[in-house]
Design a protein around this ligand. Structure first.
Ligand code: CUA
Length: 155
């Protein structure tokens, strides 16, 4: 089969571009450790207050250097509104929504999840720098959406 010279060049360029995209994807996943949020199970939104670990929202240490932060989103607040975690530790966020879809975005980090009623979202992050980080709902969830925020204080 005869392939036109220009067609050959075009196919070659397209192939190189595709390989570069693939390389960037692998670098982001394994070099920069950027992953999709973990789906950590389902929960009955009506029974959140009775279902562990959401019956006791907040931060607890689960192992040396490892903490779990359990947070509930509802229109239009996070509970607890402020949490304190140590710098340099692995913090696993477990969060869900009581009512509608909410966002879970921590400014200046790669923490970016959706909170969906009926689902538990999970993501682990390590804050290297002490400071106060804003936790924002970045999914429009009704009239009070712009007031839905929290704080993560890293000490
Ligand atoms: Cu919750 Cu916007």
């Amino acid at each position: 089969m005869e392939v036109e010279r220009y067609e050959e060049i075009f196919l070659g360029i397209a192939g190189v571009v595709l390989l570069r995209f693939l390389a960037a994807l692998f670098y982001a996943a394994f070099g920069m450790h950027i992953h999709m949020m973990g789906f950590a199970g389902t929960i009955d939104p009506a029974k959140i207050a009775q279902t562990p670990p959401f019956d006791h929202p907040g931060v607890r240490q689960v192992a040396p250097g490892k903490y779990e932060a359990v947070i509930i989103g509802r229109a239009w607040s996070f509970s607890p509104k402020t949490i304190e975690v140590p710098a340099g530790a692995d913090i696993t966020f477990l969060a869900t929504s009581m009512d509608v879809d909410h966002g879970f975005y921590v400014q200046g980090t790669r923490i970016n999840m959706m909170l969906l009623p009926g689902q538990i979202s999970r993501m682990t992050y390590r804050f290297e720098e002490p400071g106060t980080y804003m936790l924002l709902c970045h999914e429009y969830c009704g009239l009070g959406h712009q007031f839905m925020y929290g704080r993560i204080v890293v000490k």
